[in-house]
Design a binder for this molecule. Structure first.
Ligand SMILES: NC(=O)c1ccc[n+]([C@@H]2O[C@H](COP(=O)([O-])OP(=O)(O)OC[C@H]3O[C@@H](n4cnc5c(N)ncnc54)[C@H](OP(=O)(O)O)[C@@H]3O)[C@@H](O)[C@H]2O)c1
Ligand SMILES: C[C@@H]1O[C@H](OP(=O)(O)OP(=O)(O)OC[C@H]2O[C@@H](n3cnc4c(=O)[nH]c(N)nc43)[C@H](O)[C@@H]2O)[C@@H](O)[C@H](O)[C@@H]1O
Length: 312
């Protein structure tokens, strides 16, 4: 990928898209094309077609999507399926029509069956039933992975897909209902400390295990894949380590300095019991995550205190 290559980062204001822009600019890529969703609604086929015809990007990073935590996925089931299928269909197809040299599609670890063997290997895809709370989103993401492979098989397009684990970092969503667990708990513990509340409610049993990666590590991995990975089949991106939600809550409580109780709200869903990525494929290519969870939590709490997030 030449330094003056024209790269379209779809979703550049999001957590992943903004990290990609920071990483690409730091590497010397200056010819970046971006649009907000208000300027270009990627669900609109005609608008996406016109955008590609005018801009003719050479590379595409598809980090635009409708994204949310367990409650949002379970509640807005139709919207998650419709928006994500439309966005990825339009962007992947127009990338083909307009001869994009390489496209990177971002999926998620929720594409794997709910009870797949751990750690999750790439070949566990489509071997069992999905977790019900995010089935619509997962089906859309599976379609995206298979679409990249289908365009490669039929047309020879160099479209690759990366499956990141649960992410956190600058520009995360801190909405208390629709966010993921890590930003939600940072905010809950911070507000409980400020307001001297006696306890913080953590959803579910606290027993599910999740793997968390700082988005700057993900952006580093994506740049590596753009430069070095040209294969069919998706590739996992993670740290290879996970924690129970109860452990995460304790870590966040300590980072924030809150001294009250943690209360588990078992009326809320647990979701998948565990989704630890097998990252041996990526490791064998020569890439590894470098930001330990506790260090990442400390930096992201500073970002939060400086207002670097959505819905604060
Ligand atoms: N967050 C995670 O834990 C996580 C984990 C694994 C994988 N991923 C994947 O990473 C990608 C990005 O996630 P994220 O966390 O960065 O999400 P995010 O912070 O919510 O950002 C998503 C971006 O997508 C854009 N977008 C949404 N709908 C659009 C539309 N109809 N037209 C045009 N743009 C639209 C938004 O643009 P505007 O700001 O302009 O509205 C937004 O900035 C997704 O594919 C997601 O599946 C995320
Ligand atoms: C990465 C994303 O992960 C999502 O699954 P998933 O890890 O369960 O998503 P999260 O919403 O991060 O929840 C992870 C775990 O944390 C628990 N949890 C505890 N307290 C909270 C809280 O205050 N807010 C939230 N949100 N959770 C909380 C939640 O019940 C679940 O067991 C998928 O729905 C998406 O499709 C996507 O794949």
């Amino acid at each position: 990928m030449e330094l003056n290559a024209k790269i379209y980062v779809a979703g550049h204001r999001g957590m992943v898209g903004s990290a990609m822009v920071r990483r690409l600019e730091r590497a010397g890529y200056t010819n970046l094309v971006v649009r907000t969703s208000a300027e270009l609604d990627l669900r609109n086929q005609t608008a996406v077609e016109a955008f590609f015809a005018v801009e003719k990007p050479e590379y595409v990073v598809l980090a635009a999507a409708m994204v949310g935590g367990i409650h949002a996925n379970n509640t807005y089931r139709a919207d998650f399926m419709y928006s994500n299928l439309m966005i990825q269909n339009n962007v992947i197809h127009q990338s083909h029509v307009h001869g994009v040299a390489k496209l990177l599609f971002l999926g998620s670890s929720c594409i794997y069956p709910k009870l797949a063997a751990q750690p999750l290997r790439e070949d566990a895809l489509l071997t069992g039933l999905l977790e019900p709370t995010n089935e619509p989103y997962a089906l859309a993401k599976i379609a995206g992975v298979k679409m990249c492979d289908a365009y490669r098989a039929q047309y020879g397009d160099n479209f690759i897909s990366a499956m990141p684990t649960n992410l956190y970092g600058p520009n995360d969503n801190y909405d208390l209902h629709n966010s993921h667990v890590l930003p939600a708990l940072l905010r809950k513990f911070h507000e409980a400390q400020q307001q001297q509340l006696p306890e913080v409610q953590v959803w579910g049993s606290g027993r599910p295990r999740r793997e968390f990666m700082h988005v700057d590590d993900l952006a580093e991995a994506c740049l590596f894949l753009l430069q070095h990975y040209n294969e069919p089949g998706h590739i996992n991106v993670g740290t290879g380590e996970d924690v129970a939600i109860q452990e995460l809550a304790t870590l966040i409580r300590d980072v924030v300095g809150y001294e009250g109780r943690i209360q588990f709200d078992t009326t809320m869903p647990d979701g998948t019991p565990r989704k630890l990525m097998d990252v041996s494929k990526l490791t064998a290519l020569g890439w590894k995550a470098t930001i330990p969870l506790e260090q990442g939590l400390r930096t992201v709490y500073q970002d939060f205190l400086h207002g670097t997030g959505k819905n604060l």
